[in-house]
Structures are given as structure tokens and as C-alpha cells.
Design a protein around this ligand. Structure first.
Ligand SMILES: [Zn+2]
Length: 462
């Protein structure tokens, strides 16, 4: 009996030791590796534990000769007898090196991971120790162009100089960044950024920003005066014939549920499919050639009367009731049925195919973040990746997508944000607001003197 009790006690002890004193220490890796820590440095730490599971993961920063300071942590409480049963955790904090009061210079980034084993208390070294440089000074940034005059919904061009340590820079307008483009000027630190402000005039003033890889950000004011715009109010009357013709087809094409209620279906198209189309347009407009591909003013559909213009505030009326409001962010141009559509300017086809409310559509990249969009086409005559010249026929007008009749929906965009095409149809405006600003600084490859402009910039870039 005594022996049995001893054996039981021993078995219990063995079980306790095996489960609570398991010897597998956690490990941690920094993925991707980080060399510079700043005011807002994103980290990704992966911690693993084979035994009882992770208990706590700490991220600490230490200056030479000083005790490290906690900057981020996560706890994994015991969930069962076995421990937390968390065998892998990914921590993605954005750490601020100033919180650790570490001066600029060399420092150590430490990860301390503990598990639920009693042996954890006996481990006195960091799980991971990684040498880093603390950098708290943001990149230098200087506005070079001034007296920008921008109409609400219009475009402008800023030229600025930025430090070599900048990872990202440009003109910030609210939550939109219009990044600057390098390579146009003799001075490799110069950047040009086309930008816009919202057509309704809401939002903060444009500023220049520059940020390094460690998240140190500098903001510099930009000399901008804005010209207000009166947004025209337009009414669009919807009839049953139009709804019957378009709603089932577009719900199907957009992968939206068709309940049979035409008005409800129309609202889903005008709201959900519209915003899904805009998300896609923004995605397509993320990458742009780093030099102007366009030359001269943009072309308008010849002989076409505008049915709608940029930033019209549309009220949608059905059986006498206003059922929806949307802003129309382009021009509706009607000429002959299936009228050939010329490319507005030289550019590269970055999209050709069905595009939500725009039906069959083509998007051209004209470089420096400038794009043109052609919607409701009955026929597309270009293929993805092709370069088209100004005036080259890219297809024919039609009424695909959310269109009540044959016309071309023409939009222009800067980095996926709609801008008023009127300015880009105007040679003088382009000269004053874009080309003259670029030409004010010696172009890359030019032999002395200011020689900017689209042609020089293009020739200079391989
Ligand atoms: Zn339109």
C-alpha cells in the first residue's frame, strides 16, 4: 500500500515534470530583417514554442551599456493544463524608438519570448538580439515650385527636392498621396508630382511629405491657392424600360444578387457596383510610367456634344421621387452611334475589357500618374500592354455598362483620383501648370540650361 502511494506520487511528479518543466525554449525571428529603427518602424516578429506554448513575447530596444526598454508586447495566458497551446505567434507592431529614449546611433533590438514551462524563469537572455541603428531625423524636404493655382477637381504639378534616405515622398491631400517621380531632372534628388484636390473642396490643404524606411516623416507646406468650383446639379430620370434593359444584366455581370426588384437592383448597381468599379480603377492606376508619355493637349471625341460634365451632382429620379445621388466624375460625349474613339493622347493600354458600371472600357497610362478612361464602348480595338499614339482609334462608342444611350464616358485620373479633363484639353493650361514647371529645372541628360518639357524628359529616360 505504501509502495503504491509512493509509486503514484512518483508518477504524478513525473507527469508534472514532463508537462510543467518541459525543456523546449521558445525561439523568435525577425522577418523581414530590420536595420533602422525610427519613429514609426513596422516590425514583424515570429515567435514559436514547441512545448507548453508561448506565455509572453516582449520587444525591447536597448542602447549600448543601458538596460533595454519595452516597446511592444503580447501575452498568451494559460488555457489548459498543458499551457497556452499557442505554438506560433506573429507580432506586427509599429514601434517608436523615441518611446525607448534611445539616442540616435547603434542599439539592439531584443525579443524576449517566454513559455509556460517552469524553466522559463531560469532563462535570462533575450530569445533574439539584433543590432540596429536608431534614426529619428526625417529626410530633408524642400518645395521648389511655388504659386500653385488649383481649381477644385483640377490638377497641378509640384517640384521638390528630397533627401536620399526618403523611401516615399509626394504631395499629400487628405488620405491620398500623389507620389513624386524621380529621374526627370539633372539633380537626382528632384521629384515632380502631379496632384489634385477634391472637386467639392472638402479636405485639408495639400502638403509635401517625405518618409524614410523607419517611418520618420517630414511635412512641408506647399504654396497652393485653390479656386472654388460651382458643382452643377443635374437630374437623371430613370424609366422602367431602361431599368428592365440594364438592371438584370448588370447585376449578373457584377455578381450581385437579383431579387427581381428593379429599383432595389438599380440602387445596388449605382452604389455597390459603382464603388467596386472605382476600387478596380484605383488598382489599375497604381503603376504609371515615370515620365510623360503624352505630348500636346489631349483630344476630345470629335464632333461630340457633352451630355454631362465633370463633377455634376446627379439626382436620380424614378416616378417623380429622388432615389439616389452620385457625383459624375467624367464627361459624357455623344456623337454618332458607334463613333470611332481616338486615344486622348500617347499612352500605354493598362486595361481593356469589362469594368463594372463603365461596361467595356479602356484605360490608358500617360505617365507621371496621369490616366484616361473610356467607358460604355461597343467595341475595343486595342490590347493590354500596347502603346497607342494620340488620336489612334482604340474602339467604338456604345452603351455597355450603366449607359442609357450610345455615348463615350471619358474620364481623366491622377493616380486613380478623378480630375477635370477640361484642363488637359487645353494646351495653354498644360504649358503653364505642368510643362513650364518641369522646364524650370535642368532636365536629366541635358547639357546645361533649363531644358525640361515632355520631349526632353522622355528622351533622357532609357
Ligand atoms: Zn458618364
Amino acid at each position: 500500500m505504501k509502495l503504491l502511494l509512493v509509486l503514484l506520487a512518483l508518477a504524478g511528479l513525473a507527469g508534472l515534470v514532463a508537462t510543467r518543466v518541459e525543456p523546449f525554449a521558445p525561439d523568435a525571428i525577425l522577418e523581414p530583417s530590420v536595420d533602422i529603427l525610427g519613429r514609426a518602424t513596422p516590425l514583424r516578429v515570429v515567435a514559436r514554442d514547441r512545448g507548453s506554448g508561448l506565455r509572453r513575447v516582449e520587444i525591447r530596444i536597448g542602447a549600448p551599456g543601458a538596460e533595454s526598454v519595452l516597446v511592444a508586447s503580447e501575452d498568451f495566458p494559460r488555457r489548459s493544463w498543458w499551457g497556452s497551446e499557442v505554438h506560433e505567434a506573429v507580432l506586427t507592431p509599429t514601434v517608436d524608438a523615441t518611446a525607448a529614449h534611445v539616442p540616435e546611433g547603434s542599439a539592439t533590438l531584443e525579443v524576449w519570448a517566454t513559455d509556460h514551462s517552469w524553466l522559463s524563469a531560469m532563462r535570462h537572455h533575450p530569445t533574439l538580439s539584433h543590432a540596429v541603428t536608431v534614426k529619428l531625423t526625417p529626410p530633408t524636404l524642400e518645395a521648389l515650385s511655388n504659386q500653385h493655382v488649383i481649381r477644385q477637381g483640377g490638377s497641378e504639378c509640384a517640384v521638390y527636392r528630397v533627401g536620399a534616405d526618403a523611401k516615399e515622398s509626394g504631395v499629400q491631400v487628405g488620405d491620398r498621396l500623389f507620389p513624386g517621380v524621380a529621374g526627370l531632372f539633372q539633380d537626382p534628388m528632384l521629384r515632380a508630382a502631379l496632384f489634385t484636390i477634391p472637386p467639392d473642396g472638402n479636405g485639408p490643404a495639400p502638403t509635401l511629405i517625405a518618409e524614410d524606411a523607419a517611418g520618420n516623416r517630414r511635412t512641408v507646406p506647399l504654396d497652393v491657392s485653390t479656386r472654388p468650383r460651382k458643382l452643377p446639379e443635374k437630374t437623371l430620370v430613370l424609366d422602367d424600360a431602361f431599368l428592365q434593359r440594364k438592371v438584370p444584366e448588370l447585376l449578373h455581370a457584377g455578381g450581385l444578387e437579383d431579387t427581381g426588384d428593379l429599383v432595389a437592383g438599380y440602387l445596388r448597381i449605382n452604389r455597390e457596383l459603382r464603388s467596386a468599379s472605382e476600387v478596380k480603377v484605383r488598382e489599375i492606376c497604381k503603376e504609371s510610367a515615370p515620365r510623360p508619355l503624352w505630348e500636346g493637349p489631349f483630344l476630345r471625341l470629335p464632333g461630340a456634344a457633352p451630355l454631362a460634365s465633370f463633377a455634376d451632382l446627379r439626382s436620380y429620379v424614378y416616378r417623380g421621387n429622388v432615389i439616389d445621388h452620385q457625383m459624375h466624375l467624367g464627361f459624357d460625349l455623344a456623337a454618332l452611334r458607334t463613333n470611332p474613339i481616338p486615344a486622348g493622347n500617347r499612352g500605354r493600354v493598362v486595361y481593356a475589357g469589362p469594368l463594372g458600371i463603365y461596361g467595356n472600357a479602356v484605360l490608358l497610362d500617360h505617365g507621371l500618374g496621369l490616366f484616361s478612361l473610356y467607358g460604355h464602348m461597343s467595341e475595343i480595338a486595342v490590347t493590354l500592354g500596347a502603346t497607342v499614339d494620340r488620336g489612334e482609334i482604340i474602339g467604338k462608342t456604345g452603351e455597355t455598362g450603366l449607359a442609357g444611350g450610345d455615348h463615350l464616358h471619358f474620364s481623366m485620373l491622377l493616380r486613380g483620383t478623378y480630375v477635370d479633363p477640361v484642363e488637359w484639353w487645353d494646351e495653354h493650361w498644360i504649358h503653364d501648370h505642368v510643362l513650364a514647371r518641369l522646364a524650370a529645372f535642368p532636365a536629366a541628360g541635358a547639357t546645361g540650361g533649363a531644358a525640361g518639357g515632355a520631349a526632353t524628359a522622355r528622351e533622357a529616360t532609357p
